[in-house]
Design a protein around this ligand. Structure first.
Ligand SMILES: [Zn+2]
Length: 277
């Protein structure tokens, strides 16, 4: 698998942020402001990013999303402050224990053991590298992608495969068996396009692993009711999916969800496995 990043779609303007003209999932213009939240307490906040986040609700498909998504200048400000949790290092046994259930769940959906058939696992947004290291341990040919140079270098220093880049500019020479996006989709301005990219990189019957917060979860509802739901101040998220909106999106983009579970890694998070059809 040879990732190739063309520069053809690289952004050219230096704008801070752009407003969604319509719902990013269904393109309905029947959208209304749901709420506004202060975001200056976020660890990646910068005065240039503004004091509040507006959250919108689509009357057409029920999707909840931010009024704006960051342009090149906004992303530059956010990525300039990658924290230690987003690069490899620290307690690696803790990371192995965290990711082993995910790798095992994927393994149960496969026809053969990964080490018998050289199955490639591509982890998009690999961050601290825990999923790449654990998939490698279970016999996958695991590879991480991340926009952060530091995250890629730390994985490579431990002898793992990693490349700098993002899904928008990814081309693969050979389709991969597993593509994971752990806590990634909610960061992408247009998730439908991201899923199309993921599908194009996956082999027929390949598996997509996704995790993201679920705004229908009991803990989400309780945090919101008590006025301390941190996701409403999350500068890096543009989308708040429910299980229903995520599953529908997957089906519309050519995936069959085959597994759902509660994610133990973050508050209110869900994990979905879907097969490319
Ligand atoms: Zn919509």
């Amino acid at each position: 698998m040879n990732p190739d990043f063309s520069s053809a779609s690289a952004p050219t303007s230096a704008s801070l942020r752009q407003a969604y003209a319509a719902c990013p999932l269904c393109e309905s213009t029947d959208i209304a402001r749901l709420r506004s939240d202060a975001c200056h307490t976020h660890p990646l906040w910068h005065p240039e990013l503004g004091e509040t986040l507006d959250w919108m609700h689509c009357q057409g498909c029920e999707h909840v999303f931010s009024r704006h998504y960051w342009g090149p200048r906004g992303f530059e400000l956010l990525f300039s402050r990658a924290n230690e949790g987003q690069v490899a290092g620290g307690d690696l046994d803790r990371l192995r224990h965290t990711w082993a259930p995910v790798v095992e769940r994927v393994g149960r959906q496969l026809a053969s053991a990964p080490w018998l058939s050289d199955l490639v696992w591509l982890d998009v947004g690999c961050g601290n590298g825990g999923l790449v290291m654990t998939a490698d341990e279970y016999g996958f040919i695991a590879m991480g992608l991340d926009v952060r140079e530091q995250a890629v270098q730390r994985l490579q220093a431990l002898g793992y495969r990693a490349a700098q880049g993002d899904l928008d500019r990814l081309e693969v020479s050979d389709p991969v068996a597993v593509l994971s996006m752990a806590d990634v989709l909610e960061h992408m301005p247009y998730p439908r396009q991201a899923l199309r990219r993921a599908r194009a990189a996956l082999a027929q019957d390949g598996l997509l692993y996704l995790s993201c917060p679920n705004l229908d979860a009991a803990s989400w509802r309780a945090m919101t009711a008590q006025g301390h739901n941190p996701y409403w101040a999350e500068l890096e998220h543009f989308h708040n999916f429910s299980r229903a909106t995520l599953m529908r999106l997957l089906v519309e983009e050519g995936f069959m969800p085959v597994d759902y579970t509660v994610s133990p890694r973050y508050k209110s998070c869900m994990e979905v496995l879907a097969r490319r059809v």
